[in-house]
Design a binder for this molecule. Structure first.
Ligand SMILES: Nc1nc2c(ncn2[C@@H]2O[C@H](COP(=O)(O)OP(=O)(O)OP(=O)(O)O)[C@@H](O)[C@H]2O)c(=O)[nH]1
Ligand SMILES: [Mg+2]
Length: 417
């Protein structure tokens, strides 16, 4: 019986992870609390082990439950596919901040709502990021041709994306944009992480070139020649509001089949990339899109791969991983479209927008900053006694009142002029 440990507990982003060193591979022969490995235990109590071997393990039960849930979810998508138009309309009418939920005493007016909600695509080379952009544009705008905006690389994975590219998802409203990015290879992880950190902290720009130290001189020269116009300096810098993590099901399936003593570097790099803290917004980790599932042999292979991916990334396989088979051609012929696949894409976008809006940063407000400072002073005065405390509290309150008056005066003079 194939028995693997569940990796759900490893999903805490940033908690105890070392970003500079490759992660240790998961060990199935870990020692138990008594210092004995499970193999020793099996040798010493054969009767007990026989019983356990016959009963389904906890892992197998969880896995079969997940398989059931994924199958039910698939049926639900099939049923809801006829209402795809409703979801499409919702997304077309969407405005940044629509899904914001008030919490922690902050009102919507205190939140920095962006002009456009920006989603960043992150994933390995050839994972299907550019194809996903094209499919999103096709589905959201109901296009049957003229939707291949992003340059898709050839089957050999060459000539991929070397520039950050911004695409408006809804042509009419232009309230959601997606950034296609350069794929991340297995060997350049540390450098790629630094680049990602820069995008997540400082924002992204259309046409921004992405070269890496590990690129050959020939590649660097070619990319620099392509980007000679320097157009990106004229483009607006967008803060990333949420991340869509794109994974190729075939490569995950290969990781799944790798024997325990095999090379786990690709799996460790994938986990390391996904758990890179800068990709998360508070506790919200990137939404995962699993592509290329159509190339797996059987439905069971797809299910097992998705469950394994959820386990490795530490996200729920049912609700957090959106599995879709890309439409890879330039035209969609009559009967060639698949509403279930399309609905999966739309719901994935809605999922990303909800998380983007719920994690919007608060606006920087001088008044709020002064108010917080006054509160801090008042709190620290509780240790003092008598006149000194009273004096400091009165002074702090006076500063706050003075600030409020100054702000009001400034606003009224601004409206007059
Ligand atoms: N069968 C199948 N092929 C796909 C799918 N998604 C993408 N492809 C193909 O995979 C290849 C790579 O796709 P791209 O979209 O260029 O991949 P990428 O992630 O943008 O690659 P880089 O720009 O190099 O990082 C192309 O030949 C696509 O047609 C899918 O779901 N199923
Ligand atoms: Mg690409």
């Amino acid at each position: 019986m194939k028995s693997r440990r569940m990796g759900g507990g490893e999903g805490n982003v940033g908690v105890g992870e070392d970003w500079s060193a490759p992660m240790a591979s998961g060990s199935e022969n870990e020692e138990n609390s008594e210092g004995r490995s499970s193999v020793d235990y099996e040798d010493s109590v054969p009767g007990v082990i026989q019983q356990y071997a016959e009963a389904p393990s906890e892992y197998d039960l969880i896995k079969s439950d997940l398989k059931k849930k994924i199958t039910l979810q698939k049926q639900s998508f099939e049923k809801r596919a006829k209402n795809i138009e409703e979801v499409r309309m919702r997304l077309q009418k969407y405005k940044p901040g629509d899904y914001y939920l008030e919490a922690g005493g902050s009102k919507k007016s205190e939140v920095a709502i962006p002009e456009v909600t920006t989603l960043l695509l992150v994933g390995a080379m050839g994972a299907g990021k550019s194809t996903l952009v094209n499919n999103l544009i096709r589905v959201l705008n109901r296009k049957t041709n003229d939707f291949d905006r992003a340059q898709v690389c050839g089957d050999a994975g060459e000539n991929g994306t070397y520039f950050l590219n911004e695409y408006a998802l809804c042509e009419k409203s232009n309230n959601i944009c997606v950034f296609d990015s350069r794929g991340i290879s297995e060997v350049a992880t540390q450098e790629a992480l630094t680049c990602l950190e820069d995008w997540m902290v400082h924002g992204v720009r259309h046409n921004q070139m992405v070269t890496r130290d590990c690129d050959s001189d020939k590649v660097k020269q070619a990319v620099e020649n392509k980007g000679r116009h320097g157009h990106h300096k004229l483009s607006k810098r967008r803060s990333v509001n949420f991340v869509i993590f794109v994974v190729n099901a075939l490569s995950v399936h290969k990781m799944y089949l790798t024997p325990q003593d095999g090379d786990h570097t690709p799996r460790d790099n994938l986990r390391r990339l996904f758990k890179f803290p800068f990709l998360s917004f508070n506790d919200a980790r990137p939404v995962v899109v699993m592509t290329h599932g159509d190339l797996l042999k059987s439905d069971n292979d797809r299910l097992e791969t998705r469950i394994y991916l959820g386990e490795q990334l530490g996200v729920p396989a049912v609700d957090y991983i959106f599995e879709y088979s890309a439409h890879t051609g330039r035209f969609v012929e009559e009967g060639d479209d698949c509403p279930v696949n399309d609905l999966i894409l739309l719901e994935m976008v809605e999922f990303a927008l909800q998380r983007a809006d719920r994690n919007l940063p608060r606006k920087f407000s001088t008044y709020v900053a002064v108010k917080e400072w006054v509160e801090k002073v008042v709190r620290s005065c509780s240790n003092l006694n008598g006149k000194a405390a009273l004096g400091i509290v009165v002074l702090a309150l006076l500063v706050q009142v003075l600030f409020a008056i100054l702000i009001m005066a400034f606003r009224s003079s601004a409206t007059k002029s």
